[in-house]
Design a protein. Sequence first.
Length: 297
Amino acid sequence: MEGFVVRPARPEDKEAVLAFCEHTWDEFGDYIADVWDEWLADVTGAFLVGELHGKPVAIGKVTALGPGEIWLEGLRVAPEVRKSGVANAYMAGQRQYLARLRPRVLRLATGVHNAAVHHIMDRSNFRRVATPLCFRGRADESIVAPAPQTLGPEEGPAVMALLERSEVFAAGHRLCAVGWRWPALTPARLAEHLRAGEVVGYRRADRSLAAVALTPDAHDFLAERGRLWVGLLDGAQDSVADLVRALRRKATATPDREVLAFVPKGSPWPEILEAAGYVNDKALNFAIFERVIRGRN
Ligand SMILES: CC(C)(COP(=O)(O)OP(=O)(O)OC[C@H]1O[C@@H](n2cnc3c(N)ncnc32)[C@H](O)[C@@H]1OP(=O)(O)O)[C@@H](O)C(=O)NCCC(=O)NCCS
């Protein structure tokens, strides 16, 4: 595209970028203003601006979640220049910055109905690997359910074994929602969540695990401390049903008095969550796309 270049974002781009991001989504505007400083300071990934004839008209963020595990987010094109090839040109320009990170896998989450991004992903050789649905549960102290236990680091192998056997974990492509990003849940990451006291569940009398929920603090992006965030849910159906009710009770201690749970489409959890009083927030149902880069590293 003539006159179009992709380059690292600069502090002086802020005003122009925030102006074209102001009304990205009807319901809640956009979050770019909240992450601007953090993204600009990120030296492990790349925060890129696409400029057309010297004027910023596009942005996107490349984030390294781990070595070679790259998360793409924040793609925006100014409304007045959409549908003229800017996103395509941006994606092409972004490639050189991506290559420097030696990616093994690229992933991105977008709205389940975001036709433009689904089309761009198809054309860029990404495939859809998971469909996390968002359920909101209001805090309720009158709920009677067994109190979940906080699992410790010593439970890592048992939690991982439960997940390895789980069709739900496979349906979610072994990813876990952590503050609007979906990193792969590796044993090392699970260990971190366990150490942080972010994994709760039920043990049976024989101490085997009946249900687990990963409730990350999501400290690194758009801090979600206001709500009880459930990035992963698994176990026996009756125990999961108890656990999600107990989590609504636990959420009485959060400022927003709410549980926000992401569960894979096609799993038994949507029905169980609805029976426990949760409501699907259709505006926050996502599609995760992935591209595996072969022959690198
Ligand atoms: C999604 C978005 C970045 C696309 O930017 P754009 O500059 O309009 O896209 P382009 O003109 O480069 O089009 C890219 C391709 O998508 C197609 N496309 C663009 N808008 C589309 C739409 N609304 N529906 C279906 N396809 C669409 C184009 O036809 C083009 O297809 P082609 O490659 O086969 O020719 C832009 O609409 C936007 O900023 N939307 C709001 C924020 C958003 O949704 N961001 C993504 C969050 S993950």
